[in-house]
Design a protein around this ligand. Structure first.
Ligand SMILES: CC(=O)N[C@@H](CCC[C@H](N)C(=O)O)C(=O)O
Length: 375
């Protein structure tokens, strides 16, 4: 049987984007089917998997969710087990998340807890979002597998291994992707009056969009509008006829998302008139906020504070997005950060989480599930 570190490295080599996680799913199924099967129910959904471990008494069902997809990033860690997939990388730690889930599964198979446990291996967290359709499928097709409580973790590069951090209530933001396509008229650089320059339109629009949070949102209401990518033009002496802005909107209040989208639409409409062009807005995928159950989060923090190998922190909310919010929308539960002490942040091409988190976290979660299950 492979060690958990070997598994993490195998998974790290094969990152796949949302709903394309075919190799990942096969690998996970191989690991799951190598275990004693007596207590297991295994169901596949698209590229995801649900595994139920039958409890000794089964009074309730506790859920654990891991995401399984990678990102469209070219890895630059230089690690011997670096990604074998061009322009794809586990740069958000989902390889570590999956390995911890498999480690927990091994523990629960060896020594089942009183309650049933359902492990959810969910595709497409980075986009377009697997949590909402997977939740709906589970409710519809296997209502008996919908857990009464659900938990998940996310690696946190800023904390050392052995630190967990979370908070009761709102933890992560509402998010929406943002794609804006501008179509004007290409032309020779020497005859600008005959063209409709989309570089100028996109640059102007970009600066205008940056006034929305500072001038249309209550300063006491946190919001972010980031344009992470801007592309335009073909060569140096041709006026660009097409441009594209790609970004993300983050808000703590769902109503503020609507306000920001309305202002984006107004600025785009104004730019269409000012620059005599066509502009199309696509909001891509959007995620519901991550809101921890107050009681369960307090219980989790108290448990972590009592654990001698853990430093427990009550952290601030962050403008991060996570589609685990859709599970928490209907099922009480907790998302927490777990430290992996990396100088490079999430989504960085050099992110290299400290693998020691796996051997720390698996027994920690196992003992938490035992405590929950004995209640
Ligand atoms: C934990 C994490 O890094 N999550 C991502 C989620 C991205 C959602 C979507 N693709 C967007 O950009 O809005 C994050 O960037 O926070």
């Amino acid at each position: 049987m492979k060690t958990l570190i070997e598994i993490r490295r195998d998974l790290h080599r094969i990152p796949e984007l949302g709903f394309q996680e075919v190799k990942t799913q096969n690998y996970l199924l191989e690991q799951i089917s190598a275990l004693p099967q007596e207590r297991l129910t295994i169901i596949q959904w698209k590229t995801g998997i649900v595994v139920k471990i039958k409890g000794m008494q089964g009074k309730k069902t506790i859920g654990w969710r891991t995401d399984i997809d990678g990102l469209p990033i070219t890895e630059a860690t230089g690690l011997p087990f670096q990604s074998e997939h061009e322009e794809k990388m586990h740069a958000c730690g989902h390889d570590v998340h999956m390995t911890v889930a498999l480690g927990l599964l091994r523990k629960l198979v060896d020594n089942p807890v009183n309650d049933h446990v359902v492990l959810i291996f969910q595709p497409a967290e980075e986009g377009p979002g697997g949590a909402l359709p997977m939740r709906e499928w589970l409710k519809q097709e296997y209502p008996e597998l919908v857990p009464e409580q659900i938990y998940a973790f996310h690696i946190a590069p800023e904390y050392p291994v052995g630190t967990v951090a979370t908070r009761p209530g709102l933890l992560f933001a509402n998010t929406s992707e943002l794609f804006i396509d501008l179509v004007g008229k290409e032309g020779h650089a020497a005859f600008p009056h005959q063209a409709k320059d989309m570089s100028i339109a996109a640059a102007t629009l970009l600066l205008q969009l940056q006034t929305i949070v500072s001038r249309s949102v209550n300063p006491m209401d946190p919001a972010v509008l980031t344009i992470g990518k801007m592309s335009s033009g073909t060569v140096q002496n041709i006026i660009s006829g097409q441009a594209r802005l790609e970004g993300t909107i983050r808000t703590m209040d769902a109503a503020t998302m609507t306000t920001i989208k309305q202002k984006i639409e107004s600025f785009c409409h104004a730019a269409e008139i000012a620059f005599d062009c066509d502009i199309r807005i696509d909001y891509g995928s959007s995620y519901y906020q991550v809101k921890n159950d107050e009681t369960l989060a307090n219980d989790f923090i108290s448990f972590a504070k009592r654990d001698p190998s853990t430093t427990a922190i009550v952290c601030d909310a962050a403008m991060t997005g996570e589609d685990f919010g859709y599970f928490l929308q209907e099922i009480p539960g907790v998302l927490f950060w777990a430290g992996v002490e990396s100088p490079f942040g999430l989504h960085h091409a050099k992110l290299n989480p400290n693998e020691a988190v796996i051997d720390y976290l698996v027994p920690f979660i196992d003992s938490y599930f035992r405590a929950l299950s004995n209640k």
